[in-house]
Design a protein around this ligand. Structure first.
Ligand code: CP3
Length: 343
């Protein structure tokens, strides 16, 4: 079955002459049109829960650059909020949440049947995008992977070393494991609804996978993601899934088989030549230009972009950054990256 969506072809294992391209955080503060719509919404969370405006910012980078995929505009912390955590954003600092550290905190969370009430505007955004996106543009839904979501729910904010989550894992294993289980089940329900609303693909962001050592990496990054992927594949066998265990290093090898994901997203700490030989052999890979090139541009950007395309040219590849684009990026450098990939 031929599809016009190049990203779906790469995810199905096809080696394309030019890799399709999209960019993590492609709707974001480096774009003046994003800042204008965010101001219109009032604040970041109001933007996430306003389906018309969230669809608008999702479409902005598609109109400006013609990326091959759009990613739903939302946040990985909306699921904890729907589960009953308080969530707010401190300007210039980042997210804040009420913390989960005891069995009582767990009991105060909502039953998972109730999460969709809070999350229904997100499904509405997906439905609008389904109507408005060009037919060749893939729509990607997403959620955080359980470990990464748990690190924010336990600490109540972003942390450099995920210390509070590691401490709870050590000192109150039962509460920690119950939280991971609950997020895992919630994520299955949330992503399944995104797919029903019209997402072509879903992606799991495990931004803090790299801080899990030894058996913990298997037990709390890989196994929960494997469980989510198996459950989604059972309900939606046609929907490809991308997993992004950021910071996995050498443990990236073999992750298609270990997780069941159709594509493994690579961060920019991974050498593309190594990854072609050790990760891409298992299926499609996504990545992995360092996002600083979107700030610095020039010949370095062109050289690195070409090196990544060349390294992955003999297998299925989706071009992307190794992490999200930053607010200080220059929009012209994004165009230079796209032109280099498509040249
Ligand atoms: O364009 C896209 O990629 C889609 C939307 C998206 C956002 N966040 C919007 C956002 C996606 C996929 C995410 C994922 C996300 N959110 C992750 C995983 C990926 C990663 O970056 O590691 C994490 C850890 C979060 C949690 C989060 N959200 C943090 C830590 C922050 C503050 C840091 C920052 O960049 O300001 C956010 C806020 C956020 N999420 C913004 C955007 C566009 C910036 C908010 C603003 O407009 O002020």
């Amino acid at each position: 079955m031929a599809t016009e969506k190049l990203i779906l072809r790469a995810l199905a294992g096809e080696t394309l002459p030019t890799p399709p391209i999209w960019m993590m955080r492609q709707a974001g503060r480096y774009l003046p049109e994003y800042k204008a719509t965010r101001a219109q919404a009032g604040d970041f969370l109001s933007l996430c829960y306003n389906p018309e405006l969230a669809a608008e910012v999702t479409l902005q980078p598609i109109r400006r650059y013609g990326f091959d995929a759009a990613i739903l505009f939302a946040d990985i912390l909306l699921l904890p909020q729907a589960m009953g955590a308080d969530l707010w954003f401190v300007t210039g600092e980042g997210p804040r949440l009420s913390t989960i550290t005891t069995a009582d905190d767990m009991i105060n969370l909502k039953p998972l049947e109730d999460i969709h009430e809070t999350l229904s505007p997100i499904y509405e955004t997906v439905k609008i995008l389904r109507q408005e996106l060009p037919k060749e543009t893939t729509l990607i839904g997403f959620a955080g992977a359980p470990w990464t979501v748990a690190t924010y729910m336990i600490a109540g904010q972003g942390t450099p070393d995920q210390g509070p989550a590691h401490k709870l894992k050590r000192e109150n294993r039962a509460v920690f494991e119950a939280l991971i289980d609950m997020i895992t089940e919630g994520t299955i329900a949330y992503l399944s609804k995104q797919i029903e609303a019209g997402a072509d693909v879903v992606k799991l962001f495990d931004s803090w996978a790299g801080s899990l050592q030894g058996a913990d990496f298997i037990d709390f990054s890989i196994k929960p993601q494997q469980r989510i992927i198996a459950a989604l594949k059972e309900m939606h066998p046609e929907t490809p899934i991308i997993a992004f265990p950021r910071g996995a290093g050498e443990r990236y090898a073999g992750l298609h088989a270990a997780t069941g994901a159709d594509c493994i997203a690579l961060d920019d700490g991974v050498d593309p030549v190594w990854a072609a030989a050790n990760v891409q052999t298992g299926g499609c890979v996504q990545g992995n230009l360092a996002s600083r090139h979107m700030v610095t541009g020039g010949e370095d950007l062109v050289r690195e972009t070409k090196a990544i395309c060349k390294a992955f040219a003999n297998g299925p590849h989706i071009f992307n950054l190794g992490h999200g684009i930053t607010p200080d990026a220059n929009p012209d450098n994004v165009q230079l990256m796209i032109d280099t990939v498509r040249a």
